[in-house]
Design a protein around this ligand. Structure first.
Ligand code: NAD
Length: 503
């Protein structure tokens, strides 16, 4: 394939010709029952390139009620045979899909980049690699999530089976469209569920392109389907009486609606991976260079459009001035790498679309009267949705920029005195996704990490995730967990079987 030119930031060369998609041939139809089909719904999505606001497509399908029903019916029809498919076969299909994603990673990343704007080297390539690894990791679980049994000393042998739920669905955001899809579909499929992916209206192309690879990998029709659409499509899935589970990643506001729709329909199971306002706490005895490195990386990756980005940085008074100097210098260096996401040297691309750009610009404008602007604060250039990395200092704890998720490259940087004070401040938020503690005192690190009310805590690191350990948040950052054995429990129902051994 290799449709990208020499100036683009490709990392690999593709070899086969069975993958028809490219920037000049975008997938825009729904992938139902292993075929690309026209939506019955006539409404369409318009998608633009955030680097120059140019129109990419105005005819991407929005799955309506009939389309969602068709996908659910196909999944329901496929489920009885799929749940009986051997673990070995399921494993092989997932492994094959992982290989196909790797093989076409450059094109898939480009299909995302066109409408997300994330450069290949700093985000796009890593995202696709992460997706392939998720399919491999959960392939490994297919024959290892074995259930339990308890002895019959009381006359009853007790067996607990992990049974799939049936038709499950994933609703994903735009900021990592393929990796979030993989984190949901891989465990769903590994445990014998059928899965319907609802892509984000802002980044539909890479998700839709997966259909070709799903079919080529050999998944039976109806087992893994992809619907493009907006919130209306997501709502149809969340309130569908035959969908047994929604795994959702997105904003807290939408998560709340999903929970309500699930409750009002069939009490379907839900997992919610929502927003964050993650604190990084840097103590006087921290390794300065390391703390600065993580705090910058954690804000600038994907132009700040990362749920667990370190957006509240708290630094102890003894190291504060030195930290500010290093953080500012590092951010200024990053600011030089804002630019065309298709160029190899670019680290930070634009924000995803006008809506997000206007939202972040509003925070920047209002933030000027809430704290002191240390650096950034403005648009870059006059075309596209580029924003400078921005830091505000001395921000009151109740200020909007300290409380609300901005979802752009914007941090607040405040000073603190004591451990007790900073634990209270770090926890004074509606969110609880991730936190970071930077210190060389292991006792302090463990003490503070146990006091922080969040699903994940990094010690001398922040804003990272691994497939092998649970990912998710407390409070309004969500409910349930992704990754590791924990997500397998989210996609299965334990069935207790009692065997009377006494006659
Ligand atoms: P969003 O809530 O606007 O949309 C997410 C998805 O939900 C999209 O596919 C959208 O079409 C769908 N949707 C919108 N309204 C719906 C409705 N009424 N019913 C059903 N589905 C609906 O979020 P976004 O703007 O795409 O993503 C940004 C948010 O996602 C941020 O808050 C970010 O923190 C969060 N996020 C969280 C994680 C995590 O793992 N915790 C990861 C990435 C992003």
């Amino acid at each position: 394939m290799g449709q990208q030119g020499a100036t683009t930031n490709n990392a690999a060369t593709e070899t086969t010709t069975s993958f028809p998609w490219s920037k000049s041939n975008l997938p825009k139809q729904l992938f139902i029952n292993n075929e690309y089909v026209e939506a019955k719904n006539h409404k369409k999505l318009e998608v633009r390139n955030p680097k120059d606001e140019s129109l990419l497509a105005d005819d991407v399908a929005i799955a309506g009620e009939e389309d969602v029903d068709a996908a659910v019916d196909a999944a329901e029809a496929a489920f009885p045979a799929w749940k009986k498919t051997s673990a070995t076969q399921r494993r092989n299909l997932l492994l094959k899909l992982a290989d196909l994603i790797d093989e076409h990673s450059v094109t898939i990343a480009e299909l995302t980049r066109l409408s997300l704007g994330a450069p290949f080297a700093s985000f796009g390539g890593v995202e696709i690699k992460g997706a392939a690894e998720a399919y491999r990791y959960f392939a490994g679980w297919c024959d290892k999530f074995a259930g339990e049994s308890f002895p019959q000393e009381d006359g009853f042998l007790k067996i607990v089976r992990n049974e799939p739920l049936g038709v499950t669905a994933g609703i994903v955001p735009w900021n990592g469209p393929v990796a979030t899809a993989a984190m949901k579909s891989a465990p769903a499929l590994a445990t014998g569920n059928c899965f319907i992916l609802k892509s984000s209206e802002k980044t539909p192309f890479s998700a839709l392109a997966l259909g070709t690879l799903i079919k080529e990998a050999g998944f039976p029709p109806g087992v893994f389907q992809v619907l493009s659409g907006d919130g209306s499509t997501g709502a149809l899935l969340a309130s569908h009486m035959k969908v047994r589970k929604i795994s959702f990643t997105g904003s807290t506001a939408t998560g709340r609606k999903i929970q309500e729709m699930a409750a009002k329909s069939n009490l379907k199971r839900i997992t919610l991976e929502l927003g964050g306002k993650s604190p990084a706490v840097v103590f006087d005895d921290a390794n300065l260079q390391n703390a600065v490195f993580w705090c910058i990386n954690a804000l600038c990756a994907n132009s700040g459009q990362v749920c667990c980005a370190a957006t509240r940085v708290y630094v102890q008074e003894g190291i504060y001035d030195k930290f500010v100097e290093g953080y500012k210098k590092g951010m200024q260096e990053r600011a030089k790498t804002v630019g065309d996401p298709d160029a190899a040297e670019t680290q930070m691309g634009p924000l995803v679309d006008k809506l997000q750009f206007d939202r972040v610009s509003g925070f920047l404008e209002r933030g000027r009267s809430q704290g002191t602007l240390l650096l950034g604060g403005s648009r870059v250039g006059d075309q596209g949705y580029f924003i400078e990395p921005t830091v505000f200092t001395d921000v009151p704890e109740d200020a909007e920029i300290c409380k609300k998720e901005i979802f752009g490259p914007v941090a607040i940087l405040n000073k603190f005195k004591t451990e007790e004070e900073i634990i209270a401040k770090a926890n004074d938020t509606d969110y609880g996704l991730m936190a970071g503690v930077f210190t060389q005192d292991i006792n302090k690190a463990l003490r503070v990490s146990s006091e922080l009310d969040s699903g994940m805590v990094g010690i001398n690191c922040i804003s990272l995730a691994f497939l092998t350990v649970p990912f998710g948040g407390t409070k309004q950052s969500g409910t349930g967990r992704e990754n590791a054995i924990h997500v397998l429990r989210m996609f299965t129902e334990p069935k207790t079987v009692l065997v009377n051994m006494t006659y």
